[in-house]
Design a protein around this ligand. Structure first.
Ligand code: GDP
Ligand code: MG
Length: 162
């Protein structure tokens, strides 16, 4: 079986956009509205000659009071079946309490994590990405899933730990 790379993070941070960028086609469903219910979706992907299974996550309910818990649960299931994780944070928003909750479960999982600081569409966003060192997951890799900026570096880091 191929190694599994799971993409986790809050709704609307750009996980599905990043998955499409990695696949090189628009297959994952991109939503402008956060919280749309989706199950985990599996894709076959490759980078630098390495084949792997890529998991896009979603599936939480639009339940404001329970949102943190639902996101954490969803991420937990995906992380359990993953060999490595890409944790996507919206660098333009910064680390939220939900992000911190996901970080705790990622730590407990023991899985290697690559921190993707998304929505860094140009050089001005680099400082936003650097602020995510505060999550304690190591170097935030600035990416723009939308434009492809930095995604190659992010994939290099991911397959190095996969
Ligand atoms: P998901 O809920 O985490 O899967 O997020 P989506 O991939 O559905 O994206 C949510 C919204 O963020 C969409 O409107 C995307 O176009 C937008 N988005 C995703 N990546 C980027 C990015 O790198 N830059 C910008 N500016 N917007 C992005
Ligand atoms: Mg999505």
């Amino acid at each position: 079986p191929l190694p599994v790379l799971a993409v986790v993070g809050r709704p609307n941070v750009g996980k599905s956009t990043l998955v499409n960028r990695i696949l090189g086609r628009r297959e994952a469903v991109v939503e402008d509205v956060p919280g749309v219910t989706r199950d985990r979706v599996f894709y076959q992907a490759s980078w630098s000659g390495r084949d792997f299974t890529l998991v896009d996550t979603g599936g939480w309910e639009r339940n404001v009071s329970g949102l943190d818990l639902r996101v954490a649960e969803q991420a937990e299931v995906a992380v359990e079946l993953a060999d490595a994780v890409v944790f996507v944070v919206d660098a333009t928003v910064g680390a939220t309490a939900t992000d911190e909750a996901v970080v705790r479960l990622l730590r407990r999982s023991g899985r290697p994590v690559v921190l993707a600081a998304n929505k860094v569409d140009d050089a001005r966003g680099e400082a936003d990405a650097a602020a995510l060192w505060s999550l304690g997951l190591g170097e935030p890799i600035p990416v723009s899933a939308l434009h492809g900026r930095g995604t190659g570096d992010m994939l290099d880091a991911a397959i190095a730990v996969l």
